[in-house]
Write a new protein. Structure first.
Length: 344
């Protein structure tokens, strides 16, 4: 394969290859230039994908851009940007202040998702010191992520339970863009989107880290958390809310996604090693909700034979005191999901 290479100013003589086309490549290329990185494969898709190892996370999406740094592949553009920022400290891409970082991450994520008519993120008024409020519902798996993270960090907070059929003016004020829970309000400043909130918590309170120290492992943690939301969750929701042929056709997709997780968990107690971290928290909902969905749909997703690693992970995850203490009632969840699911 012929690749046209341009050598930019180099600090550490590392090999950075970028597989990319057109617009998708532009953001990465800009950031590479800003950071003065070494080798950029210009404007060309590194085809065939065999140029990546088969266990590379890139093969899940089969998409560009991907970045290969010293032989280690990273995919998903926002994950790559965080990696670039973690590795090369010159010309920072993210602001220093955790709240401004959260806002930058929120809008970057928003830019990747559907557009909205409003473009304000809520008031920035703040008066009291270190006051934490979590807007959530009793059943939301996204809300639970925040509760787990705050408790793992040993932080005190107040919970505001929302009725999503009648959203409070405060929720609409704090998250005018998505109008969704969870929202974390820290000293009057609102942050939404659960993965953005987790990063904010991690940036603000250093104790009991949720992300690994090594930049490549951080990128992998972010990659898998994003995979959980973009792929696994969507495939499960599709099966939950369809029926008949459509539902049957959706099942292999869930299984395929679970297989990726199974592979990734091989030889590990948790994604983060010995203790739970960012990816475990992102995947956490599966440990009780998949069982509930199995009961409601009559479809079996997880068994110990097919997915021994995931089964073991679920067991270990549920055993962590902070996790155990916060599960919503399983019976209540079954009733809730039964009411939502289309009759067969
Ligand atoms: N991507 C969001 C998803 C949050 C979400 O979907 N929240 C649901 C409750 S589980 C919600 O607030 N729904 C209200 C609505 O869609 O109007 C996150 O990670 O925080």
């Amino acid at each position: 394969m012929r690749q046209q290479r341009r050598f930019l100013q180099s600090c550490r003589r590392e090999v950075v290859e970028v597989g990319m086309v057109a617009a998708a490549a532009v953001a990465i290329a800009w950031k590479e230039e800003m950071k003065g990185a070494v080798v950029v494969v210009e404007g060309k898709l590194l085809t065939p994908m065999e140029s990546l190892t088969t266990d590379s996370p890139s093969v899940i999406y089969k998409k560009i851009p991907f970045l290969v740094h010293n032989g280690k592949p990273i995919s998903e553009s926002l994950v790559i940007l965080e990696y670039i920022e973690d590795i090369w400290k010159q010309n920072p891409l993210l602001p220093e202040h955790p709240y401004e970082r959260a806002i930058a991450r929120f809008w970057a994520k928003f830019g990747d998702e559907e557009s909205s008519t409003t473009n304000t993120i809520g008031p920035k008024k703040t008066t009291m010191a270190d006051e934490l409020k979590v807007f959530r519902t009793w059943s939301s798996p996204f809300g639970l992520r925040i509760i787990w993270a705050l408790q793992l960090k040993g932080l005190d907070y107040e919970t505001i339970f929302e009725d999503l059929s009648q959203k409070s003016p405060l929720l609409l004020q704090y998250n005018p863009t998505y109008k969704k829970i969870p929202v974390l309000v820290h000293n009057g400043k609102p942050i939404s989107e659960s993965l953005v909130i987790l990063e904010y918590i991690e940036d603000t309170w250093k104790q009991n880290p949720l992300l690994p120290e090594d930049p490549y492992e951080r990128a992998m943690a972010r990659f898998w958390a994003k995979f959980v939301d973009d792929k696994l969750l969507k495939s499960v929701i599709n099966v939950l809310f369809t029926k008949g042929k459509e539902q049957e056709e959706g099942i292999p997709k869930v299984m395929e996604n679970l297989k990726y997780i199974e592979e990734e968990l091989k030889g590990k107690k948790f994604f983060g090693g010995a203790t739970i971290g960012f990816t475990d928290i992102a995947l956490g909902w599966t440990a009780n909700l998949l069982g509930v969905i199995e009961e409601v749909t009559g479809i079996k997703f997880i068994d110990a034979q097919k997915f021994p690693q995931i089964s073991e992970w679920m067991h270990n995850f549920c055993d962590v005191p902070v996790i155990k203490a916060n599960w919503p009632s399983r019976d209540k969840l079954v009733t809730k999901y039964q009411a939502h699911v289309a009759p067969k």
